[in-house]
Design a protein around this ligand. Structure first.
Ligand SMILES: N#Cc1c(-c2ccc3ccn(Cc4ccncc4)c3c2)n[nH]c1N
Length: 263
């Protein structure tokens, strides 16, 4: 596969949704391999304990280190099925063989904020591993240990508080996997979309031309493709200025026409 993704969680069924729709098809087509691992499979006490109280006191519980190290070692050892599943282990594609470490993404409120640039960077990698924490998070020594075996990326999906890393991992996996060539049906639809070139997308319409007395903008029915492109660009600029002026400030290649649209 072009990319293999492993996810470790105490709620593996949370990730079942990824098997559906786009990602499911890419997996069926062998473009993507997705393996979800239950952290509790790497505990051996009667209660499959994954957490304990924090040293130094404080509220909540901390995820124990050992189960995480065992789960991640299983994945490093090829336990993700990516290598086992390959028809012919073609030389050089296996991360370990070529020395490039797999990428370990650790969702965390204290991580770097995920965005489309990061999604594009991750889409070019061979092996992504997502460590979904719960409780107050994971014993720091796991992160320190993992740094020796993975390229480590603590990542946040935004400035709001979640209860764990599963939803964040699904967000990142969806944003990344749709950028893998062939995974999303129509590659053209990846070009003029929000955040692709720093502007929000233009308003879209489909039949009927008149819906409950509301018309489609005349220009879109004109067949004048240059005028339509200009109209769409103007709507993108207007919308971005209105909703996300912060994005506009980052743009430095606005044309004369662009500036006119923003007047
Ligand atoms: N990505 C991401 C996130 C998370 C997140 C991610 C992993 C974990 C594991 C445990 N928790 C709960 C918790 C722990 C400490 N402080 C607050 C909440 C998580 C939250 N919250 N908000 C985001 N944007």
């Amino acid at each position: 596969p072009q990319m293999s993704i492993d996810v470790v969680s105490i709620f593996p069924e949370y990730l079942a949704g990824l098997q559906l729709s786009l990602i499911g098809k890419a997996v069926d087509r062998g473009q993507l391999s997705l393996n979800v691992h239950d952290l509790r499979d790497f505990t051996f006490d009667r209660h499959n304990t994954v957490d304990d109280s924090p040293y130094g006191g404080g509220a909540g519980m901390v995820m124990k280190a050992e189960p995480w190290a065992l789960a991640l070692e299983h994945i490093l050892g090829g336990g993700s099925g990516a290598e086992e599943g390959d028809s012919l282990p073609s030389a050089g594609t296996d991360d370990a063989a070529v020395g490039s470490k797999p990428t370990l993404i650790v969702p965390s409120p204290a991580g770097q904020v995920f965005d489309q640039r990061i999604a594009e960077d991750l889409a070019g990698r061979d092996h992504l591993v997502f460590a979904c924490g719960r409780y107050e998070g994971i014993d720091q020594r796991v992160i320190d240990w993992a740094g020796e075996h993975f390229e480590l990326l603590p990542m946040s999906i935004g400035d709001y508080v979640l209860n764990g890393g599963e939803v964040a991992s699904m967000v990142m996996i969806e944003a990344v996997s749709r950028l893998i060539p062939g995974v999303i049906g129509n590659p053209e639809s990846l070009t003029e979309e929000s955040h692709e070139d720093g502007l929000l997308e233009y308003p879209i319409y489909t039949k009927p031309a008149n819906w409950r007395g509301r018309e489609v903008p005349e220009i879109l029915l004109s067949g004048n493709h240059a005028a339509i492109a200009r109209w769409r660009r103007d709507r993108r600029l207007e919308r971005t200025a209105e909703v996300r002026p912060d994005l506009l400030e980052k743009l430095d290649d606005l044309s004369k026409d662009d500036r006119a649209a923003l007047e």
